[in-house]
Design a protein around this ligand. Structure first.
Ligand SMILES: [Zn+2]
Ligand SMILES: [Zn+2]
Length: 338
């Protein structure tokens, strides 16, 4: 069995006995629903890993998690059991979600070069934001908003998430690459999830190798156009804004909102994240129908990314656009209350 190592970075290091039946990740015993939260917060969680026979494969490993835990289920990996250490309990404000706080996620953690770079970039961008009040102009704000749409909608949600990670639709290569290029400028320090697949294409290998050069070039162009204020707003404010919205999808959308589908997890549809994150806030819909290019399934569920995909489909550019199937819809519908 191949483990999709790129979904959970440190899993690569876990040696899995191939004679064992498909197994084993993580889920804390006290409150099963607490786990998705951690996953979606991309934190490293110390836990014990068990196989289906409860044989410990590895203890106190640090599992870095991503948004795409639900994909793991598809890869014969079953969440079995794990003990998450540390922490008292806390109820989240205005929500029925109780979390058990893991202690000392950062203390004692081994920081590798990539962690440090990521942390450095995140801190630097936040520092840039400190200059925002003193450098405000309508021009600078417009640059930030324009780049928010281009990198966030076209780059992250349309390209990285729906096109490349979930393969919800197909685009001609030149356009696929163009949108993926927009995503690089969001500086999320991560690639779309099916990296192995993309690694075969020279274009993505090129992007990976030259990753830093692109945002730096953009920063220089912005500086040439509008000086320091354009850097503050076009890079700092805009990038931090997109960071926080991304984090909202992975946290708020598991805490606040409605569940329209019987997904058996904590994902929710959250209208205000839906607006800010170009449709990604309809997260319960997304958990129910991961492959769907459309996340806002009801007419009133605003989904800017979907409108763009639909437009590309109408003009004959996007093809194989996937939508929830009728049988799948029936399967995900809540049983009638008795
Ligand atoms: Zn989720
Ligand atoms: Zn997804």
């Amino acid at each position: 069995m191949e483990i999709e190592a790129h979904l959970y970075i440190p899993i690569k290091q876990i040696k899995v006995d191939k004679s064992e039946p498909p197994m084993a990740l993580i889920a804390p015993p006290p409150a099963a629903e607490f786990f998705p939260k951690l996953i979606h917060r991309s934190k490293s969680v110390p836990c014990h890993l068990y196989t289906e026979q409860r044989r410990v494969i590895q203890t106190k490993t640090s599992i870095k998690t991503t948004h795409h835990h639900h994909l793991l289920k598809r890869h014969a990996l079953r969440i079995v059991n794990a003990v998450v250490e540390g922490g008292g309990q806390a109820r989240i404000l205005l929500s029925d979600v109780v979390v058990k706080r893991p202690k000392e996620v950062y203390k004692g953690r081994k920081w590798n070069a990539k962690d440090l770079t990521t942390a450095g970039v995140v801190v630097a961008m936040h520092l840039l934001c400190g200059f925002a009040p003193f450098t405000f102009s309508w021009g600078a704000l417009s640059v930030a908003v324009a780049l928010y749409v281009v990198t966030g909608l076209l780059g992250i949600t349309l390209s990285f998430h729906r096109n490349l990670s979930h393969k919800s639709f197909k685009l001609p290569k030149w356009l696929e690459y163009t949108f993926a290029y927009c995503g690089v400028h969001a500086l999320q320090c991560g690639e779309p999830n099916n990296v192995g697949d993309l690694e075969k294409q020279p274009f993505y290998r090129f992007l990976r190798r030259t990753y830093v050069a692109h945002p730096v070039t953009l920063a220089l162009v912005l500086y040439a156009l509008g000086g320091f204020p354009f850097i503050v707003w076009g890079m700092g404010v805009r990038i931090v804004w997109v960071y926080h919205i991304t984090w909202l999808v992975n946290s708020a959308c598991h805490v606040w909102g409605q569940q329209a589908w019987d997904t058996g997890d904590l994902s929710r549809n959250n209208w205000w994240v839906g607006i800010l994150a170009f449709g990604e806030g309809w997260h319960n819909n997304h958990h129910a129908f991961e492959y769907s290019a459309k996340h806002g399934l009801e007419w009133w569920q605003i989904d800017m990314t979907w409108y763009m995909i639909r437009f590309l489909e109408i003009i004959g550019v996007a093809a194989d656009v996937k939508l929830p199937t009728q049988t799948h819809i029936q399967r995900m519908t809540f049983p009638p209350k008795t």
